[in-house]
Structures are given as structure tokens and as C-alpha cells.
Design a protein. Structure first.
Lengths: 570, 310
């Protein structure tokens, strides 16, 4: 998505560059220049903002809410006061400060006129006064709820005409800072906010370059993650750019807030802080991953955890650090797995088995019917809904290290789809995640080395889904003689119509590539169990979902778990 | 009239994983598996001892092996996509086809009777012929089909014809002299897993997930007849030296022998339900038609016919 935006941007920018080619050289990556700006400028910035606030206070109030809440405004003011020029501007009134982010937003749009009049900052006061009428439109570009097309196009034109100067205000391409504390992250964010204040009052656009990883979690096939630069521009050529930028700023702020208040936010929390701005949960997930990746820190250092995704159901209670107790033995449904930092201890009562399930549908079937209670070992069901998140894997690891009340360690089994991704998920639970290792994040504490692959296995396809004897009887006489081919027999032509058993699907090119890359990755792994399955997948050319078991699911689990318990590993 | 077979010898731990590939010459039984090595067991010795191992043949494992009728050469295809050539006289590597994967990764392979030509079928349906008589190995033909995964290919005895079977059930016969497609055989709607010209070159036997063994007349392209009886996907097909019998093996572990004379199944072998990926008749010694199958293990069967010495 970003690349498309970039393309648009480049396209529009090229026109601009033609016009302004010789006037303003585009700066690439000299971030330090902005960090080292003088105190006078800073004073000027605050000056200007103070004046803006004086011009019209009330109009900013609702405009700014989509991006800046009151708490974060306070934080920003803290940044400026502490980080930049404490000495120069000690007596800033809180209400003035609280307008500062608004000032940042407005001035950045007003600047076109600023540049026309003068580039000197003190004069922007008058400009701001003149341009305040445009301010509502600024927010209309950020808030998708108010589509005002002609205003947008007007703004758009303005951007093209006046904001030709590309200014890189952040370039984050850190490699490995996983050992650094959250305070370091805080410093980095403060540096950025400080730097922006300068750029806002110059002629430049705000440009953020982040060195990000391709797909943080799913990229397990490659040994080295592919990293590329993602660029955000404000003001950008389209309202979506501005919205993206707004979302980026908002996430940074919330990270600051979380670190300062020593709280942990989930990605879901962040999304609900401003649904209109983010638009979708994916936006937040991506931004958070990008920021973590660009700073080279684990996501935890941002004080952000994944939205609780995993489910657990079984005869156990989770004691949280805040004193509450989660009973996971609730009829009919699973319980969301809390973050590992919130778990104090786990009490396992009558189970001696953990069954990790890839698919939510299967988990729910077992949980809702209560069938899990009747399965051998009364398994605790864990579901990561596809590729498991950190919390789910950490809980699995936690259970792995925990003895039940009967004083036994638990047996671990995994029920995944019979396809390359299913086997990848199995290895992810078993070995920890390879992708996280390559980004410098060490997640060995998420592995469950004793995990065994229960199914669905190659032989199960044969046993539980009838490859069916009826197929050979379903030979149909199509009776149609095509005339366009002289080679066709004149009489009958046999057409064999039968579909593979339900749940069996042909391997796609993507599946094949995934399987081969997994074989490459794991060729030195001693445990050849899942690699043999990968080869069979490639050779036979069919994959199967857990649903291939259909009604046989409970019987299947009963036999498999029972067989495992008396040592008859299949 | 049915045939009686006895299990003559089983090699259980030939490879650490399932065995997918099989090539039989008078001297060696070549097998390829998930492990990187290709193993050569003696064919004629009754105890079938391991005589040689091609170490590190295919890093990710080997899924197809084809041998020449003369027994001097073999080729093998690996999961990583390479095609290697082996000299069975000196038991050494004979190079590999350098750009086999150019224009589509190779899956299916076949070697001509004299070992001088190699046929490859790729993921994208391209069927190519290579001259592997001497290096550099040049591409002689490049047949384009409908961009459907090629599961199997075969040469006829004199190498003038080539055939390919595809995932959508398509079967094509090519004339290598003219470089044109001779026949496009339609009607099989499911993956064609194995394809084989009869020793005389007049018939083409095809099997796959349609569970039927279909026999075509090569000249006319018409389906002559078919064998029904398998109840699972049929993975391999092979002719006896005389062309009197066909052997097929299936996913449900059954190996069947079909008589071309009576057009019936004369034997069904297989005790386990483990898939048998390949089955092949052994070069004929005496009167019986002996065979070997691979899957979980290498198993040799001996015909216990009344006419034979027993």
C-alpha cells in the first residue's frame, strides 16, 4: 500500500521538481542537522504557536481531537519543555502548550502562504491569522468521515505549489537495539518531535523514512529478512497520506504515553483510541511493527503487546498479577489468553495434556460441545488462530514449565492443517519463531520442545477420509462427441468426474514454494518428522485441512490421544 | 488366471524417510528418498545388499529416478529442482543439466533407452528434451503445453515419441522428429501420475487419481481399454519386458498386476496401507515376472508360478 502512495507522491512531486528544481535541493538523510538546531528557532516556534493560540483558541479544540487527546498534548508539552529549551521558555501556560500540537498541524498547512510572504518565522503569526479559515479543512483531510472534495483538491493544489522542499525529519534504520531499555525509545521519539517543530516552520514537508521488515511474523521462510524503506510524507499528495501520517504520529504518542506511565497497551487498545483515524486494526499492527522494526527493538520495548488473540479452554485457572483470576473452564467458550507479563501463575487441575489447535473453528467446536472433557487426558485446548501471537506462545511455554496439581508435567500435542503453513505453525510452537530470531529478538522462551505433532497427518487422510471406493463407479459417460477433433473416438468417450474427498485441496504454486523453502530452512534439523511430511505434500500434491476429519474429529482425537497415552504413537 | 507372489526380500531401513523414486537395471536397484543420498542395492543378488551410495545427490531429497534400458545411465530429480546424471558403469556423477529449471522448475523426468536423451517436464507444463550424450548438454526440443503442472513424462523405446501427463488430466504425445504434438488425449479429469509406453511402442498406459488404468493406442490416440480395480490414487505404472503385464501401485498400499491378454487384474499385493510410490518389474530371469516396490521400504516379490521352478 505504501508503495502505491509513494508512487503517487513521486508522480506529483516530479512536476513540482521541474518547477523548483534549482531553488531547493532535496535533502536526503541528514537528520542531525535538524536535531542540532539552535535555540532561537525553538523560541520562535513556541512564539508562533503562542500567537496562534491567542488568535483563536476554541476552533482548535474539536479539530485536534482525532489526532491529539488531552493527555498526549500534555506529554508533548513535556517534550518541548524538557527536551529542547527549558531555559528559554520556562513559563508556558498549560493551555497555550496544549495548543502546540494543533499549531503544528495548522502551521504545516499554512506554510504555503508563509513562504509566499516571508520565510521568517515570526511573521507566520500574521499568516496564521490569515489562514485560520483553512484549518477545518486540514482536519477534513485527516478525518475520512468528512469528505469535502473541492476543499481537498484546493489543499492538494496548495501542497503541490508550495511544499516542494522535501525534508527528512526522521530516518530510522536501526539494526539491533533489542537490549536497549524503553527509555531509549522514549528519547528517540522525543528527538523526533523536537525535530519536527523546526521543519514545520521551515518550508519543508515532513518526511519520515523507516527501515522496516517485510512481514514480521510470517516471514519464516527466509533466513535473512528483507528490509526496505517505507516513507511517509506530510503533507502528502492525497488525504490518505495525511491520514497515514496522522496515524503514525498518534502511535508514537501513545508509545510515549505508555512508556512514561509505565503501562502496557495492546494494539487493540491503540486502535480503539482513535478508530476514525486508524480505520482498521491492520493499520495499527503495521505501524507498530514498522516502528519496532525501524528502531530495532522488540515490540515489548514500545510497551505495546499484540491484541489478545489466542484462546484457551480447559481445567485451569490463570492468576494475574493484578490479583484477578481467570477460570478457563467456562462452558461453551474459550478465554482470551492474556499477555505473559500479566500472568503470575497458572493452576492446572485435572488435565495432563495440552492440545494446541491451529484453527479457531475446530477449537470452538471442541470447546462448545464440551467434548474436550471426555477426551483422554482432559486436554487443555490452546488456539493461536493461525500463526500464534507472542502471548499464546509464551503461555504454551509457561504451561510447559508448569506442573499440574498432581505434580506432573503436561504432554503437548499439536493439531494443525496438513499443509506447509500448518507444519510451519507446528514448528513455530515447537522451536520458537525463526523470524523473530533474525530480527534480533530472541524468543527461545516461547518454545515447547516436547511438542508432538498429533495431526492431521498423511496417513490420516487415508484412514479417516475415504479416498472412496465410489469413485471408480462415478465414471460418467459424457456421451458428447466433440467434432472439432478428428482424433476423437466416434463412439464413447469416458469422462471421469469425481472430486477429491472433502477438505483435500491441490497444492498451489505458493504452497510448493513454501514447502521447498521450509525444506531448505530445516535441512539441518535433526528431527526429520515434519520435513518428511513436507516432501509427501510435494510428492502427492494434495493438502488437507483439519476439517477433512469432519464428523470424525472427536473419534480421531480420542484414538490419537488415547493411542499416545498408552505409548502407541502413530 | 491369477498369479501367486511371495515376498522375497524386504529392506526396511534403506532410507531414513519414505522412498519416492525407483530405477531398476539388471545390476542395481536405485532408490531415492527424503534423504540426500541415492542408494544402489544389488538387483540380482537374492539378498539385495547395498552396493553403492551416491552421497549428497540431492540436498532436499530425490523424488524421481529414471534409468536407461541399457543400464549404463540414470538420472534423478530432486526436491530443490536439480536434475543430475549418473554413470552406472563407473558409479560416478555425470554432471547435471545446467539450466534445467530455466523456464519452469522440473518435476518429471525420463531417460531414453540408450541413455543419450533426457526428457523433463516442469511445473509450468513445459516438456523439454536434452541431449545428454556429451557436454555441454543441449536442449533439443521445448514443447509448450497449457501451463499445467507436469506430473510424468516418458520416451518410447526408440526415442521418437515422448508423452507427458499433467495435473489437470491432460495427456500429450509428441513426435520428436517433427517437433509437433501428435495427440492430445482428453477425458481424464484428474492428475495423471504415471505414463508409460509399452515395449513395442504401440500402446501408452496412463494412471493417476482417476483410479483407472487407461491404455491408449499411440497411433490413433484412441483409448483401447481400461483397467478398473484400484480404489485410491494410482502412483506408478510399468510394463513387463514382454509387454504382457502391467504393474501399478497406489496410495492405499496396493500393488496390482494386470494381464494384457485376459485384461484382468491377476494379482493384488500389499499388506500395509502405507502408500507405494513406485513399483517395477525386474529384468526377467527365468520364467517368473519378479518385481520390486518402494514406499515405506524396498520390497522384492518373487513369482511363485506353477510353471516356474517354485
Amino acid at each position: 500500500m505504501s508503495s502505491i502512495l509513494e508512487d503517487q507522491y513521486d508522480f506529483d512531486l516530479s512536476k513540482v521538481i521541474e518547477l523548483y528544481q534549482n531553488q531547493t535541493p532535496i535533502k536526503d538523510d541528514d537528520g542531525s542537522e535538524y536535531f542540532g538546531w539552535s535555540d532561537e528557532d525553538a523560541a520562535a516556534v513556541d512564539d508562533g504557536d503562542t500567537n496562534i493560540a491567542l488568535i483563536d483558541e476554541s476552533q482548535f479544540l474539536d479539530l485536534t481531537t482525532p489526532i491529539f487527546t488531552s493527555t498526549t498534548e500534555a506529554d508533548i508539552s513535556g517534550t518541548i519543555a524538557t527536551g529542547i529549551n527549558e531555559d528559554i521558555l520556562p513559563p508556558i501556560q498549560t493551555d497555550t502548550i496544549s495548543k502546540l500540537p494543533a499549531g503544528y498541524e495548522t502551521t504545516s498547512v499554512q506554510l504555503p502562504s508563509t513562504t509566499q510572504i516571508s520565510s521568517e518565522i515570526p511573521q507566520s503569526v500574521t499568516t496564521a491569522a490569515a489562514e485560520t479559515s483553512i484549518d477545518p479543512t486540514t482536519d477534513s483531510t485527516i478525518d475520512p468521515q468528512i469528505p469535502e472534495l473541492d476543499i481537498e483538491s484546493r489543499l492538494h493544489k496548495m501542497f503541490l505549489e508550495n511544499r516542494e522542499d522535501e525534508t527528512v525529519s526522521i530516518t530510522w534504520g536501526e539494526s539491533d537495539n533489542s537490549s536497549r531499555p524503553s527509555a531509549w525509545v522514549l528519547e528517540k521519539i522525543d528527538e523526533v518531535f523536537a525535530a519536527w517543530l523546526d521543519v514545520i516552520d521551515s518550508k519543508g514537508k515532513l518526511v519520515v523514512k523507516l527501515k522496516v521488515c517485510e512481514k514480521m511474523v510470517l516471514r519464516s521462510s527466509r533466513n535473512q529478512p528483507r528490509r526496505f524503506w517505507r516513507t511517509l510524507v506530510y503533507p502528502g499528495p492525497s488525504p490518505r497520506d495525511n491520514q497515514r501520517f496522522g496515524a503514525f504520529v498518534r502511535v508514537l504518542e501513545l508509545v510515549r504515553e505508555a512508556i512514561k506511565l509505565d503501562k502496557i497497551y495492546t494494539k487493540r487498545d491503540i486502535y480503539y483510541k482513535d478508530i476514525a483515524l486508524f480505520g482498521s486494526q491492520q493499520t495499527v499492527d503495521k505501524l507498530v511493527d514498522d516502528i519496532a522494526s525501524a528502531l530495532g527493538v522488540p515490540r515489548r520495548s514500545l510497551h505495546i503487546t499484540a491484541a489478545a488473540k489466542g484462546l484457551i479452554c480447559g481445567d485451569l485457572s490463570i492468576f494475574k498479577t493484578d490479583g484477578s483470576i481467570i477460570n478457563c473452564n467456562i462452558e461453551g467458550e474459550g478465554v482470551l489468553i492474556p499477555s505473559s507479563t500479566d500472568i503470575k501463575k497458572v493452576e492446572i487441575r485435572d488435565s495432563d495434556t495440552v492440545l494446541i489447535i491451529e484453527k479457531e473453528a475446530i477449537f470452538r467446536t471442541l470447546a462448545e460441545s464440551g467434548d474436550w472433557k471426555r477426551l483422554p487426558g482432559r486436554p487443555i485446548l490452546v488456539c493461536g488462530k493461525g500463526y500464534p501471537d507472542i502471548a499464546t506462545r509464551e503461555l504454551a511455554h509457561f504451561l510447559y514449565l508448569t506442573k499440574s496439581l498432581a505434580g506432573q508435567y503436561l504432554d503437548f500435542y499439536c493439531l494443525v492443517d496438513y499443509d506447509p503453513h500448518g507444519l510451519d505453525i507446528y514448528t513455530m510452537y515447537k522451536n520458537g519463531s525463526l523470524s523473530s530470531r533474525s530480527t534480533g529478538m530472541f524468543y527461545e522462551q516461547m518454545a515447547v520442545p516436547a511438542l508432538r505433532h498429533l495431526g492431521v497427518k498423511f496417513c490420516d487422510i487415508l484412514e479417516y477420509c475415504s479416498v472412496d471406493g465410489s469413485m471408480s463407479q462415478t465414471i460418467e459417460d459424457s456421451g458428447v462427441i466433440s467434432t472439432d477433433n478428428g482424433e476423437e473416438p466416434r463412439s464413447k468417450r469416458l469422462r471421469y468426474t469425481s472430486s477429491p474427498p472433502q477438505g483435500l485441496l491441490p497444492m498451489t504454486a505458493h504452497d510448493r514454494a513454501k514447502a521447498v523453502s521450509m525444506l531448505q530452512r530445516d535441512r539441518n534439523t535433526v528431527a526429520a518428522e515434519h520435513t518428511d511430511d513436507l516432501r509427501k505434500l510435494l510428492f502427492v500434491g494434495y493438502k488437507a485441512e483439519i476439517q477433512v476429519l469432519g464428523d470424525q474429529l472427536v473419534r480421531y482425537l480420542d484414538e490419537k490421544l488415547g493411542g499416545q497415552r498408552i505409548g502407541l504413537a502413530s | 488366471m491369477s498369479k501367486q507372489y511371495l515376498t522375497a526380500h524386504t529392506i526396511d531401513n534403506a532410507h531414513e524417510s519414505s522412498i519416492y523414486a525407483l530405477g531398476v537395471t539388471a545390476g542395481y536397484t536405485l532408490t531415492g528418498s527424503g534423504s540426500s543420498a541415492i542408494k544402489l542395492h544389488s538387483t540380482e543378488d537374492a539378498t539385495h545388499p547395498l552396493v553403492h551410495t551416491f552421497i549428497d545427490a540431492h540436498k532436499l531429497g530425490c523424488h524421481h529416478i529414471s534409468v536407461s534400458k541399457t543400464g549404463n545411465r540414470a538420472i534423478s530429480a530432486g526436491f530443490e529442482g536439480s536434475v543430475k546424471i549418473w554413470d552406472l558403469e563407473n558409479l560416478e556423477a555425470n554432471g547435471e543439466i545446467p539450466e534445467a529449471n530455466k523456464g519452469g522448475q522440473v518435476w518429471a523426468i525420463a531417460l531414453s533407452a540408450d541413455g543419450s536423451r533426457c526428457l523433463t517436464g516442469s511445473h509450468n507444463g513445459r516438456v523439454k528434451i536434452w541431449n545428454i550424450d556429451k557436454e555441454p548438454f543441449l536442449q533439443l526440443r521445448d514443447y509448450e503445453t497449457k501451463n499445467i503442472f507436469t506430473l510424468c513424462v516418458d520416451f518410447n523405446t526408440d526415442g521418437r515419441l515422448a508423452a507427458s501427463g499433467h495435473e489437470n488430466g491432460g495427456v500429450y504425445i509428441f513426435n520428436n522428429e517433427t517437433g509437433r504434438m501428435l495427440h492430445s488425449l482428453t477425458g481424464l479429469m484428474k492428475p495423471v501420475r504415471s505414463i508409460s509406453f509399452s515395449p513395442s511402442g504401440k500402446l501408452l498406459a496412463v494412471c493417476g487419481d482417476f483410479q483407472v488404468v487407461a491404455v491408449y493406442d499411440v497411433h490413433s490416440g484412441e483409448q483401447v481399454f481400461n483397467f478398473t480395480g484400484h480404489t485410491s490414487w494410482v502412483f506408478s505404472i510399468g510394463w513387463s519386458e514382454t509387454g504382457q503385464y502391467l504393474v501399478t501401485s497406489s496410495f492405499d498400499g496396493k500393488t496390482k498386476i494386470w494381464s494384457m491378454d485376459s485384461r484382468t487384474c491377476v494379482t493384488t499385493l500389499g499388506e500395509s496401507n502405507q502408500p507405494i510410490f513406485r513399483a517395477s518389474f525386474l529384468p526377467k530371469i527365468g520364467s517368473g515376472e519378479n518385481l520390486v516396490t518402494v514406499g515405506p521400504a524396498i520390497t522384492y516379490y518373487r513369482e511363485a508360478s506353477g510353471a516356474g521352478t517354485g
